[in-house]
Design a protein. Sequence first.
Length: 104
Amino acid sequence: MNLKGKQKRFLRAQAHHLSPIFSVGKNGLNQTWLAQLDGALQKRELIKINLQQSADETVEEVQAYIEGNSPIQVVQTIGRVLVLFQPASEEKYQDLSLQVEKLA
């Protein structure tokens, strides 16, 4: 699902009150970290992550890695914080994704 402008605006508004629950640090990017992101997104659909000061990667590198190796979409980047969205596969967790589809 490619997000359109209206859908991204909606998701940014929903993410405003969220705190980052994952971070990228010295260990960098790997498949295990990506699998943890996927697991969190299957339950929440929308999360924030941040880059620690000790991270060797840039925000652009993290965004490219996430979007290149998973179906997760980066909705927004603010400084060292990324907002991520992925529709949940289980119906009971599909709250935001149903609202996003209506905006299409």
